[in-house]
Design a protein around this ligand. Structure first.
Ligand SMILES: *Cc1c(COP(=O)(O)O)cnc(C)c1O
Length: 360
């Protein structure tokens, strides 16, 4: 069977090239006579895979030397808890920006550890925009400022980086990391679950400025302390070895294809195709403020929700899957991460036009 265009929000499509390479290397990785899945994480083969993955990620994101890169487990959801546990550093509050479903979960988790100041919220308009920094009420004594760079469910993305002075900026980049170049030096900590735009589920990437490591008060249990994982170079316990390997192949592919600047151009082109069409029709609607529309996740509703099932069925018949919107917002959502080829977006727009025309 032909591969489908998979618009899943996560776990999401992976580049076909990477899957093919993994298949070729499945039974015998580089003459080792074993699959990467079967290797000791302490053996020289796997260590070389992990080191190359880190080096390639550092190169892609131009990560400065004073930042540590961690390959952890537990997803972004564990980071919602590890961040307050580690970054409060004896302080009694943290600032959070509320932009939708994922910010809400981060806020809820942080509240069990500290006082959370919601310094800005987009709730007044149903989480359809990124609150401009001019309206943020940052606190002087906050331990850090947390925001969600891309709200995967609402389809709202920050295309600017907040300025927080000396207060460390912490960012959930789960659904837009590697979609564009970023200036890592503006952040205290960046984290991302891999299953949206990096690789398989089970791997969580953390990029942390080294002065923020080892300052947790009180000292957390070992597994919850970033210092443990920094000191052990992400090998304190068994890391998600196969997921690290696949992520490494994705990094190599990105490097071969022009790095993140080129990835950004492709993502702009794909997103524009879809948004430009949405502008021309009132059959479909995307509620997000134009300047804050996500390049990665494009939610849209049909004029008549009674047509949703038929729309999805017709899409499936054309090899396009996972377009159903998140249950909290309904309608449709097209996730068009790095691995979605432009042909997939073209096919979707063609189908949307046809469907709209057939329903008058
Ligand atoms: C998917 C997602 C999460 C949750 O990730 P898990 O790996 O399931 O914990 C958190 N934040 C954002 C922005 C996401 O897209």
């Amino acid at each position: 069977m032909a591969r489908v265009f998979n618009f899943s929000a996560g776990p999401a499509a992976l580049p076909e090239e990477v899957l093919k390479q993994a298949a070729d290397e499945m039974l015998d990785w580089h003459g080792s006579g074993q699959s990467v899945m079967e290797m000791s994480h302490r053996g020289k083969e796997f260590i070389s895979i992990a080191q190359a993955a880190e080096a390639d990620l550092r190169e892609l994101l131009a990560i400065p030397a004073n930042y540590k890169v961690l390959f952890l487990q537990g997803g972004a959801s564990l980071m919602f808890e590890m961040i307050p546990i580690n970054l409060l550093r004896g302080k009694t509050s943290a600032d959070y920006v509320h932009t939708g479903e994922w910010a809400k979960k981060a806020i809820k988790a942080a509240k069990t550890f500290t006082n959370v100041n919601v310094v800005a919220s987009a709730e007044d308009k149903g989480f359809t925009y990124a609150p401009p920094q001019s309206g943020w009420k940052l606190s002087q004594d906050a331990a850090y400022v947390h925001y969600t760079a891309n709200e995967t469910i609402g389809g709202v993305e920050f295309n600017w980086v907040p300025e927080t002075g000396d207060v460390p900026l912490v960012c959930d980049m789960s659904s837009n990391i590697l979609s564009r170049p970023i200036d890592v030096s503006k952040y205290g900590l960046i984290y991302a679950g891999a299953q949206k735009n990096i690789g398989p589920a089970g791997l969580t990437i953390v990029i942390i400025r080294d002065d923020l490591v080892g300052k947790a008060q009180p000292t957390p249990p070992a597994m919850l302390d970033f210092k443990t994982h920094v000191d052990a170079e992400s090998m304190y316990n068994t890391p998600p070895t196969y997921a690290i390997y696949i992520a490494g192949l994705v990094f190599q592919l990105l490097k071969r294809t022009g790095g993140l600047a080129a990835a950004e151009q492709r993502n702009i082109e794909k997103a524009n195709l879809l948004y430009d069409y949405l502008e021309t029709t009132d059959f479909y609607r995307n509620p997000v403020a134009k300047s804050d529309r996500s390049r990665m996740n494009v939610p849209f509703t049909l004029k008549d929700a009674a047509l949703d099932e038929e729309f999805l069925k017709g899409a499936k018949a054309r090899n396009m899957v996972q377009l159903k919107g998140h249950r909290s917002v309904g309608g449709m959502r097209a996730s068009i991460y790095n691995a979605m080829p432009i042909e997939g977006v073209k096919a979707l727009v063609e189908y949307m036009k046809e469907f709209a025309a057939s329903k008058g």
